[in-house]
Design a protein around this ligand. Structure first.
Ligand SMILES: [Zn+2]
Ligand SMILES: [Zn+2]
Length: 154
């Protein structure tokens, strides 16, 4: 399930805000209180859900705005954590400073996270010259955590 599919479903639904309707109806088979969820968009009585328990009505009613906020939050994080190519010295003699390159050590482009790499480079300007690039290699822990939680195959 991709987040793009979730966004398509959200966009296709009746626009929010939705609200749990104050009109209380009672179930046909029992006396349990049930309410409607209505959209205020087109007409005040447009039902998006009927005969739901009040506690479920709140979840349904807040779903469009809650989902939109969660997508915006994840979009902001994903805009920071994205892959870029950076040049790193990867040859072992060069890393160990046992080479005779005279500051002309060969570099290799590697995919790293733009944000994570930038943060570490600010802390240690020589970070890029060291061997420990695995901490910022793409995909970074932040991106991986989001992808794993959503169960996305990327
Ligand atoms: Zn990152
Ligand atoms: Zn070298």
């Amino acid at each position: 399930m991709s987040r793009e599919q979730m966004k398509v479903r959200l966009a296709a639904a009746t626009p929010g805000p939705w609200a749990a309707s104050p009109y209380i109806v009672y179930g046909e088979q029992d006396d349990t209180e049930r309410v409607r969820v209505t959209s205020q968009h087109d007409s005040p009585d447009y039902n998006t859900a009927e005969m739901v328990l009040p506690k479920d009505a709140d979840l349904i009613a807040y779903a469009p705005t809650d989902l939109a906020k969660l997508h915006a939050a994840l979009d902001a994080v994903e805009a920071l954590h994205r892959p870029i190519q950076e040049d790193f010295i990867t040859a072992l003699p060069c890393i160990r400073e046992e080479c005779e390159c005279e500051n002309e050590c060969p570099t290799e482009p590697l995919p790293v996270c733009r944000h994570c790499w930038g943060q570490l480079e600010q802390i240690d300007p020589y970070f890029g010259e060291q061997h420990h690039v695995s901490e910022v290699m793409w995909p970074c822990p932040t991106f991986t955590a989001i992808r794993d939680a959503l169960g996305e195959d990327q």
